[in-house]
Write a protein of this length. Structure first.
Ligand SMILES: [Zn+2]
Length: 440
């Protein structure tokens, strides 16, 4: 139990009272109060005194967890073109305390990411640095910017070493479009950078670019070649992708090497995005693969109004009219916000993931993935007071994936309030699905 000091004499800035506290890092699951003072967690105990508290939040019937960490965000706004979203709209205004940008900034643009995104944002923003000199401009649509010649190992290692406060890993890709052009040369250079700099590599699976004319790529052969390059702590992303070259073959069987990788400590991140397929998710979960973390993978092509049309137009311009597999305006997301980190959590519940593991995916496991477990992802006394208060609703709900397939659920989550450094934030982001959003 945290908060063993004399709680009866304590005064708090905020007391969150009577919620079901789930704090996987401290193996806590039960009805407790959370006291916050001076921007840090001051006590977690039953029946904290509230008489002196500046604010008491009634969390009866709600879930109270460490501040949520979205392990896959795209918030290099104005630099990544329409792909990059506003960090606070994805973050604290959507009930998310910490965002991990996946591959937006590069060694060339990291200083701008620090000055224009990390420093002004109320949301805590960290990144997996891009392997490529260009970074994730416009969502990597100009394929010629992303070959092995467009990588500088030494400069990228130097940038990671010089910025340990904001760079927590390296972003790379292993997908058929890349493979048809350069084999695994990109991933090999990524691993060289990451091993030299001592950070994990986050690897995107699932078709991103059209396969080069005249080539064919066997997605399972790609998996067989790339998995041995993964080290303990590296991350395989998009296990539920509806695009070829995920974890499953055409018959829906998970490749045995996936289990071998898990046994070696390779982590798995959902990376929901427009990849998510209910059918594939069921195949992968039924095979016994439980992802460690849950990134929402929101970006300007799958969430903001008109984003899908912009993505198709941009991809067609950049790739001589050719689109990635399955890319059409209806399949990459409609014009209204369709999902969020909370929505992705609701989908995991509907697929049978249990609530304590789901909370670990978005708190303690996410912190471990980023090697931030000493500072984030827990409600231990003395930690920064990032707290999420979630509303778990029951009813009959229908959820829809990027293929148009639906599933029903009796539960869903939505943000109620979030504390960021002790400041209470309301879920008012226009990026949230309407029923998750609080009227401003
Ligand atoms: Zn992404």
């Amino acid at each position: 139990m945290s908060g063993q000091q004399d709680a009866s004499a304590a005064t708090f800035d905020v007391v969150i009272r009577g919620g079901r506290v789930i704090d996987p890092a401290n193996r806590l699951d039960g009805r407790f109060d959370v006291g916050v003072k001076d921007g840090v967690i001051a006590a977690v105990a039953a029946d904290l005194p509230t008489a002196q508290a500046a604010r008491v939040i009634d969390a009866a019937g709600k879930l109270v967890t460490p501040g949520l960490i979205d392990t896959h965000a795209h918030v290099f706004q104005h630099i990544a073109g329409p792909f990059g979203l506003n960090p606070d709209e994805v973050g604290v205004q959507s009930g998310v305390a910490t965002l991990i940008d996946q591959g937006g900034p590069s060694c060339l643009t990291l200083d701008g990411f620090r000055k224009f995104i990390v420093e002004p944002a109320k949301t805590r923003v960290r990144c997996f640095l891009s392997t490529y000199l260009a970074g994730g401009l416009y969502g990597h649509i100009h394929s010629s910017l992303y070959g092995p010649e467009q990588i500088n190992v030494d400069a990228t290692v130097r940038a990671i070493r010089a910025n340990p406060d904001i760079v927590v890993g390296l972003k790379s890709h292993a997908e058929p479009g890349h493979y048809s052009r350069w084999g695994l040369a990109v991933l090999e250079k990524s691993k060289e950078i990451a091993r030299e700099a001592g950070v994990p590599t986050y690897v995107h699976l699932g078709t991103l670019w059209p396969v080069l004319d005249g080539r064919t790529v066997d997605p399972q052969a790609l998996l067989v070649e790339m998995i041995p390059l993964m080290d303990e702590g590296d991350i395989l992303a998009h296990p539920f992708t509806r695009h070829p070259s995920g974890f499953t073959d055409e018959a829906g069987q998970v490749h045995p090497l996936v289990f071998e990788a898990m046994a070696r400590g390779v982590m798995i991140d959902v990376g929901r995005g427009n990849h998510f397929s209910i059918k594939v998710a069921r195949q992968v979960l039924d095979a016994g693969v439980m992802p460690d973390t849950l990134g929402a993978d929101l970006h300007g092509y799958n969430i903001s109004r008109g984003g899908a049309r912009r993505a198709v137009a941009a991809f067609a311009t950049a790739n001589d009219g050719k689109l990635q597999t399955g890319m059409d305006p209806t399949a990459v997301g409609g014009d209204d916000p369709a999902f969020s980190l909370y929505y992705a959590m609701s989908e995991m519940l509907a697929l049978g993931v249990d609530l304590p593991h789901l909370v670990a995916m978005t708190t303690s496991n996410a912190a471990r993935m980023c090697r931030l477990g000493d500072t984030l992802g827990s409600l231990a006394v003395g930690r920064a007071s990032d707290v999420a208060i979630l509303d778990l609703q029951t009813g009959d709900f229908t959820m829809r994936d990027g293929c148009g397939e639906t599933m029903t659920s009796t539960q869903r989550l939505r943000p109620h309030l979030a504390l960021q450094g002790g400041v209470v934030m309301e879920p008012v982001s226009e990026l949230l699905p309407a029923w998750e959003r609080r009227a401003a």
